[in-house]
Design a protein around this ligand. Structure first.
Ligand SMILES: Nc1ncnc2c1ncn2[C@@H]1O[C@H](COP(=O)(O)OP(=O)(O)O)[C@@H](O)[C@H]1O
Ligand code: SF4
Ligand SMILES: [Mg+2]
Length: 378
């Protein structure tokens, strides 16, 4: 850590921001995503006509509960960033719905786009290009509140307060320019900027992926602190399974534009249901002999999202694939509550026609005592 950064975050009594408006009550999921779809047209040929569609996000359903961190994992190109942009309404979806605290976003009677844009903020991987190189960081943080009508002086006061909250001494950092900061410091500034509008939901897309491991751990600690302190909810996107395990309460696994598994973090990591999740976890590097798994690691590249395989999209890489897997697309199953653990695989559905249908639950190892996800002290 740079000596000029504050080592401890300021006491809770220093909070000046108003508590978020919990319109739907604690039981109402903060975000409900229904059948969300985004296909990008591919143009080509002499006439530059549409010759295909990249099925980046293809009928995705899930909920995010108030106060939780939902981790989203999957290989590069599976649609994580497109999903994040759809949630933020930075790109328009083709089909589907996003419901925020019980209200449809941008609809006549729902939450307005302006209000939604205040309530949901995003932190990207590329910490440098997210900041204006010509603005002192204090001004970058104050920019959003000023645009939303806050008095300039008050916005700058808040910017300085937030700098303290993200562990950067305002008297040393407020007037610095982005090029004078390290990668970790820039990402702290981006987090402060995201918090400036008092959001309820932060979408973090590979937000720590570009940082050194030691800095990454500090920023993860900071995110956990800020979540409690500001009563936030996170959607945390990463290709790094360890980081997702470390920070998430629940995990959603994506493959080729679809959700293949979702459930509580401990269950997903100790007892994954989907062959893709099992293969992903088997591909993790580990120097601990106790972590050795019998599962084959993931091999080959994902298929082309312009022409995904019929039926189950994972079938071309799945060691358990059978005829039914090419004929019918498996469904995720019925959601009950936050503890529901679901996988879109024919082996999970009794009577699906797969020879192992209904037998996988018996074969799966139960989570061993002591293998729970290692958490930072809260
Ligand atoms: N603007 C775009 N135009 C065409 N294809 C896109 C666009 N953005 C993303 N894609 C494609 O959509 C798929 C999902 O990409 P992305 O959401 O960035 O995945 P991830 O974040 O998981 O790496 C990829 O095949 C990618 O090439
Ligand atoms: S549905 Fe079939 S191909 Fe797909 S993951 Fe399950 S067993 Fe493998
Ligand atoms: Mg991405």
């Amino acid at each position: 850590m740079d000596k000029t950064e504050t080592k401890t975050v300021p006491p809770l009594a220093a909070v000046s921001l108003a508590p978020p408006d919990d319109r739907g009550g604690p039981a109402q999921p903060l975000l409900i995503v229904k059948e969300l779809q985004k296909h990008f047209p591919i143009k080509g040929g002499l006439l530059n006509r549409v010759i295909g569609q990249v099925r980046a996000v293809d009928g995705v359903n899930f909920s995010v509960f108030k106060g939780e961190t939902l981790g989203i994992v999957g290989e590069s190109g599976c649609g994580k960033s497109t999903l994040a942009r759809l949630l933020m309404h930075l790109v328009e979806h083709d089909e589907g719905e996003v419901i925020f605290d019980g209200e449809e976003v941008g609809a006549m009677r729902g939450i307005s786009m302006k209000e939604f844009r205040r309530a949901v903020q995003m932190v990207f991987q590329d910490s440098f290009s997210s900041l204006n190189p010509r603005l002192p960081i204090e001004d970058s943080i104050a920019y959003g509140p000023i645009v939303h009508g806050m008095d300039r002086k008050k916005a700058k006061e808040r910017a300085r307060e937030l700098l303290g909250k993200v562990g950067l001494k305002p008297e040393l950092f407020a007037q610095r320019y982005p090029h004078e900061l390290s990668g970790g410091q820039k990402q702290r500034v981006n987090i402060a900027r995201a918090l400036a509008l008092e959001p309820r939901l932060l979408i973090l897309d590979e937000a720590v992926s570009a940082l050194d491991k030691s800095v990454e751990a500090q920023v993860l600690n900071l995110l956990r602190y800020l979540k409690r302190h500001f009563n936030l909810t996170y959607v945390f996107i990463s290709h790094d399974l360890d980081v997702v395990q470390y920070i998430s309460d629940r995990v959603l696994v994506m493959y080729l534009g679809e959700v293949v598994e979702i459930g509580p973090v401990d269950q997903i990591y100790a007892s994954p249901k989907h062959p893709y999740t099992r293969a992903l976890l088997a591909s993790r590097l580990s120097f601990d002999p106790a972590d050795r798994v019998e599962e084959a690691p993931l091999t080959g590249d994902p298929p082309n999202p312009i022409k995904p395989p019929s039926g189950c999209r994972f079938r071309t890489r799945c060691p358990m694939a059978e005829t039914v897997c090419a004929e019918t697309a498996p469904k995720l199953g019925a959601w009950i509550d936050a503890s529901t653990h679901l996988a879109a695989c024919h082996m999970e559905t009794p009577g699906s026609g797969h020879s192992q249908a209904g037998m996988m639950a018996m074969a799966r190892p139960a989570a061993k005592p002591g293998t729970e996800t290692k958490r930072l002290s809260a």
